[in-house]
Structures are given as C-alpha cells and as structure tokens.
Write a new protein. Structure first.
Length: 160
C-alpha cells in the first residue's frame, strides 16, 4: 500500500511540475501599474454614526482619501464636528485591491491620527455602479474622570 501511495504522489508531483499559471500579460493586469491611490482618491459625503451603548447619533459628514507620496498608502481625513470628529483628523492608511470587490484601506497602529485603536475601511461599487466608501473604528474619549468607547462608522458616496 505504501508503494502505491508513493507512486501516486510521485506522478501527481511530476504532473504539477508542468502546470503553469497564466502570465500577467495574458490577463491584462500588471501589478506594478495598478494605482490604488488614484482609483479611490476623492471626497465621500454620507452619514457618520456614533454609538455609545444604546445612544446613537447620526449626522452628515465627509471622508476624504488623498494619495500620498508612498506607494500603497492614502491619507484618510474624517470630518463630522457634530459627533466629535473635528476637521483635520487625519491618518495614513495602507490600501490594497480586494479581489473583485474593490479596495480596502486600514491602519492597525494604536498611534494613528484618528485616535482610534485601529481602523478599516472599504471602497466598493453598489448595484448602480456608484463608488461607496465605508469605515469603522472605536475611539476612546475622556470626559472628566471617565472614559467612553465610542463606535464610529461612515457610509457615503463619491462626490463629483
């Protein structure tokens, strides 16, 4: 039985040796030429939501994604003063293509400019082919001697 398994594995390994993936040139995609920054750059207008336990506040605000000098990075700028996200809160984020779903941008550092533990967002297309951006993060806000963990989320569409 062992000889049969070894022989079968050997034939499988030899067969796999001669199998190759399609070249990038055949698919029309060249990873060096994909510019994620330019594809998601812009200002997205929509609704910001701030949640603390059962208290939910929804206000209109913006999320801007601005290309940086570094490859695969964007500056994330949030603005909704009505819920405590003052103008100018900005953080750098990594950006990557997420299969056929769009793009993901994120910063896992606890020292990011948004004051959040970390954040993750997406840029995708809806059924009507509108470009939609979302982001979620938790931010600890001190009020007197107490600290509160607010959950912030945004969903909005690209402005022309």
């Amino acid at each position: 039985m062992k000889k049969f398994l070894y022989t079968a594995f050997m034939f499988f390994a030899m067969g796999a040796t001669f199998v190759a993936c399609r070249e990038d040139a055949e698919t029309g995609l060249n990873p060096a030429e994909v510019d994620e920054q330019a594809q998601v750059a812009g200002t997205y207008e929509g609704e910001w939501m701030r949640v603390l336990d059962t208290d939910t506040i929804v206000e209109v605000g913006t999320l801007a994604l601005v290309p940086t000098d570094s490859a695969w990075c964007v500056d994330v700028i949030v603005s909704c003063p009505a819920i405590g996200l003052d103008d100018g809160l900005k953080s750098v984020a990594n950006i990557a293509k997420e299969a056929s779903y769009g793009f993901v941008f994120y910063n896992n550092s606890t020292e990011n400019g948004l004051g959040a533990n970390n954040f993750r967002g997406y840029v995708r297309y809806d059924a009507d082919n509108n470009e939609i951006a979302t982001i979620n993060f938790v931010k600890t806000v001190k009020s007197g001697r107490k600290s509160y963990d607010y959950t912030f989320s945004f969903s909005g569409s690209l402005t022309e």
